[in-house]
Design a protein around this ligand. Structure first.
Ligand code: URA
Length: 440
């Protein structure tokens, strides 16, 4: 086979065979196909698209390009979750302990934040001592002993995706449905999950701005998972405004702890209970008509009893984290400067722009523009209102947590454009738009 023939066939809108896709992915992973040919191929895929069969083949080829974790010796049935990335999305920190507390073991590999989207690993690292990089043996031992492990993805997991993703980033080929779907699902398949709950975000602070685009992405990922023999559920959820109140690493860990202690913002609590219930139902392989309701009831009880909080404590301790911080979140890294932004007028909140809030936190140093950028765990923004709330003029709408005056000023400029308040009442935004169930 020749790379130029495969590029030309895709350029001309033809469907590639399974063998051609496997050959191309293997060649790029082994460096026998250079970046310039892979870049041309990616652009051809971007412009011409891929059939469902091609997308599935690409996913499997990338999943098989490196090590594949076999969880079966330690977990009879592994349930995983994935969020397509959002602003204030600390759901994993709440959901994993709840599901583990319900007796369904969870072993999850998470990523770091890039651009406006936060990453669970960065959040976890604001707990002093918490080790995100575990060897495969440590990862498996921990889930066997504690029923919960939450670490970073190893380099040997789906290395083809790592290479393609870096190339997509610099060739304007990120936002292609088959490329996004195969990238996400290759890592999920390689990480050993039998069942996967996808939280596909829609809105200003998400990859997908429109519900119909998010639905199309979700459906492709569900189809890939089902074709690979996995149980799949995808939820489309709102990311037009931030989830919960806190955006920024330590601030989000604090909010996750508060939620597991029975407090926290109502939208975050409801979101976490819904995701946890789907994971629990899949993990139990319970297909009864009332299985989801029972799972929801179970996780609600475990939240109220503090069992989920206990599991987070156990997780932090098992991975070397300082549990005093979990017991007393005031010990988390704290910013030096705080500024409250008041509502410019009274009325009804019509928009809290997740992207603007994310850009404000980037200005503060909570996230990365480039992969190697350092981050400041203490800084971020706390959002005090939701779309549909009534606010009085001068009431606090945002609090900025900063460590440098100049950064605070830049963050304030973003937040000045993040909020609309109007005269007429506005309905709250829905938490979820749709559920795509590929588990029957
Ligand atoms: N997340 C991924 O892992 N890959 C993509 O292509 C987009 C989001």
């Amino acid at each position: 086979m020749r790379a130029t023939d495969i590029i030309a066939r895709k350029r001309d809108g033809e469907e590639l065979s399974t063998e051609e896709i496997r050959w191309f992915v293997a060649g790029y992973t082994a460096d026998t196909i250079p970046d310039y040919q892979a870049a041309a191929w990616l652009m051809a895929v971007y412009l011409r698209g891929m059939s469902r069969r091609e997308t599935f083949d690409l996913t499997v080829a990338m999943a098989e390009s490196g090590d594949q974790l076999d969880l079966s010796p330690v977990i009879p049935y592994a349930v995983d979750k994935h969020s397509t990335g959002g602003v204030g999305d600390k759901v994993t920190l709440v959901v994993l302990p709840l599901v583990a507390a319900a007796g369904v073991p969870v072993a999850k590999m998470s990523g770091r934040g890039l651009g406006f989207s936060g990453g669970t690993l960065d959040k976890l690292e604001s707990i002093p001592g918490y080790r995100v990089q575990l060897s495969d043996e440590e990862f498996l031992r921990q889930v066997r002993e504690h029923g919960i492990v939450l670490g970073g993805q190893t380099k040997s997991l789906a290395p083809a995706d790592g290479k393609f993703y870096a190339l997509r980033d610099v060739t304007a080929t990120v936002s292609s449905l088959p490329l996004i779907a195969s990238s996400i699902m290759s890592k999920k398949l390689a990480a050993g999950a039998n069942a996967i709950v996808l939280d596909v975000k829609v809105g200003a602070g998400a990859f997908m701005r429109e519900v119909e685009d998010a639905r199309a992405l979700a459906q492709i990922m569900v189809d890939i998972g089902v074709s690979a023999g996995r149980q799949m559920v995808a939820l489309l959820s709102d990311m037009d405004q931030p989830l919960g109140e806190a955006v920024g690493n330590a601030l989000e860990v604090r909010e996750a702890i508060e939620t597991l202690r029975g407090g926290g913002p109502a939208d975050l609590r409801e979101h976490c209970l819904t995701i946890a219930a789907h994971m629990l139902r899949l993990g139990r392989r319970d297909t009864a008509p009332d299985a989801l309701d029972r799972a929801l009831n179970n996780v609600s009880v475990l939240l109220a009893s503090g069992a989920g909080f206990g599991k987070l404590r156990e997780l932090a301790e098992a991975q070397g984290g300082d549990v005093r911080v979990i017991d007393d979140p005031d010990l988390l890294p704290q910013a030096q400067l705080h500024e409250v932004i008041p509502a410019p007028r009274g009325g009804w909140v019509a928009r809290v722009d997740a992207l603007r809030v994310a850009q404000a936190t980037l200005e503060l140093g909570a996230g990365r523009e480039k992969k190697e950028d350092p981050i400041d765990p203490a800084v971020g923004v706390v959002v005090h209102c939701k779309v549909g709330d009534r606010v009085e003029a001068g009431a606090p709408v945002f609090t900025i947590h900063a460590n440098e005056e100049a950064r605070l000023v830049r963050a304030r400029a973003q937040l000045d454009q993040a909020l609309d308040v109007v005269d007429d009442s506005i309905p709250p935004r829905p938490a979820f738009y749709a559920t795509i169930d590929g588990s029957e």
